[in-house]
Design a protein around this ligand. Structure first.
Ligand code: PLP
Length: 377
């Protein structure tokens, strides 16, 4: 199988499997138990916390383990309204559903929501953000780092500074940024970020949130005092151990990985026929987009609900948009927000991993060209 769906999830790393297997085989104590078996696993959880904090240049007590980024995004936004008491949320329609749907729930409950404008390339209007922040309303700004469908990078340092100057709380969904860029939390004054281990070679169903010291957080999951009383529930020990290993492996070869991905992206771009294909978002701009995502619009094809299946039977895994929304049988929501018509079969997200090759891209284009030919308007 040619796997071009790394924005959706990544293959678990061998080193991570080994770390998880060892943890499962040797350790089963409940980290909250006070006997030695419990103390051992508690120490393992805290060891991962310390290593993650070091990797992100923050304090261990600012890291809270969660079941992944969806939980973290939900909890952070909920906390902002119900605990911090923000009166307004500023975000964008280009956010992942974990953020946008959570915000929509608060919109229904009467919280003031502002969706920032974006241009046809998916660039968010930061002047509009600055103007809005000048109004004296206690605000949560929720703007992601790297867009999961089109790969656009938001300037999180600038947004964080704007929020800080104007007394707003800043949450950034950094899920798609963490696998490709180091984030120095001592330099960027963001209040909350989140991560999902399966996006960088770790297991599914585990992640973490960063909560800056001094910013209040009231727990959203009740039933115990785990995670310094910020999130109840027995710690997902083996997966947390796996996530710790995944971060370690990630940061040990981030530059090599990125240059490999950039090479693949360059090769991909060199094969694009502009009579047939245009790019969605900034994905063909090496500075304004992350190295792993290319999102293309097929200009001359009719609607085709079987696009993914077409590639699947040729043993190529691609997607049309976020995996979380694939059940809806609609085109990409994000591409629609760029002002483009988005019907099934007209947009493809290709997201590379470091194991991909140029030959796999060549095979993709053979299948794509046949698809375009067969589905011409
Ligand atoms: N946010 C972004 C930007 C994502 O890409 C994803 C994964 O699809 C999520 C949130 C949800 O992460 P998780 O799978 O850990 O719930």
């Amino acid at each position: 199988m040619i796997y071009f769906d790394n924005a959706s999830t990544t293959k678990i790393k061998d080193e991570v499997i080994a770390a998880i297997s060892q943890s499962m085989a040797q350790h089963y104590g409940n980290p909250s138990s006070t006997h030695s078996l419990g103390r051992t696993t508690k120490a393992q959880v805290e060891n991962v916390r310390t290593r993650i904090a070091k990797a992100f240049n923050c304090k261990a007590k600012e890291i809270i383990f969660t079941s992944g980024a969806t939980e973290a995004d939900n909890s952070i936004i909920d906390n902002a309204v119900n605990n911090l008491g923000v009166k307004r949320i500023i975000s964008s329609k280009l956010e992942h559903h974990a953020v946008s749907e959570t915000i929509e729930q608060f919109e229904k409950k009467g919280v003031e929501i502002v969706w920032l404008d974006n241009d046809t390339k998916g660039n968010i209007d930061l002047n509009q953000l600055e103007d809005l922040l000048k109004k004296d309303v206690y605000t949560l700004v929720s703007l992601m780092y790297v867009n999961n469908e089109i790969g656009n990078i938001n300037d999180i340092s600038k947004i964080a500074e704007l929020c800080k100057e104007n007394g707003a709380i800043y949450h950034s969904d950094t899920v798609q940024g963490i696998p490709y860029f180091k984030i120095d939390l001592a330099q960027i004054p963001v209040d909350f970020i989140c991560a999902s281990a399966h996006k960088f070679g770790g297991p599914k169903g585990v992640g973490f949130m960063f909560k800056r010291e001094g910013v209040s957080f009231a727990k959203q999951v009740f039933g115990g005092e785990q995670e310094r009383n910020f999130r109840a529930g027995t710690e997902n020990l083996h997966s947390i151990v796996g996530m710790g290993k995944a971060i370690e492996v990630l940061h040990s070869n981030l530059e090599d990985k990125n240059s490999k991905l950039l090479e693949l992206k360059k090769h991909f771009l060199s094969k694009v026929d502009s009579d047939e294909i245009e790019f969605n978002g900034n994905c063909n701009d090496f500075v304004k987009s992350a190295p792993h995502i290319v999102n293309i619009h097929l200009k001359n094809v009719v609607e085709n609900k079987l696009l993914v299946f077409n590639f699947d039977i040729k043993k190529i895994a691609i997607s049309e948009g976020s995996a979380c929304a694939s059940g809806r049988n609609l085109g990409s929501r994000i591409v629609s927000e760029l002002g483009k018509k988005s019907e099934k079969g007209q947009n493809i997200r290709v997201s590379f991993g470091e194991d991909n090759t140029r030959e796999e891209i060549d095979t993709f284009f053979e299948v794509l060209n046949a698809f375009i030919e067969k589905n011409k308007k």
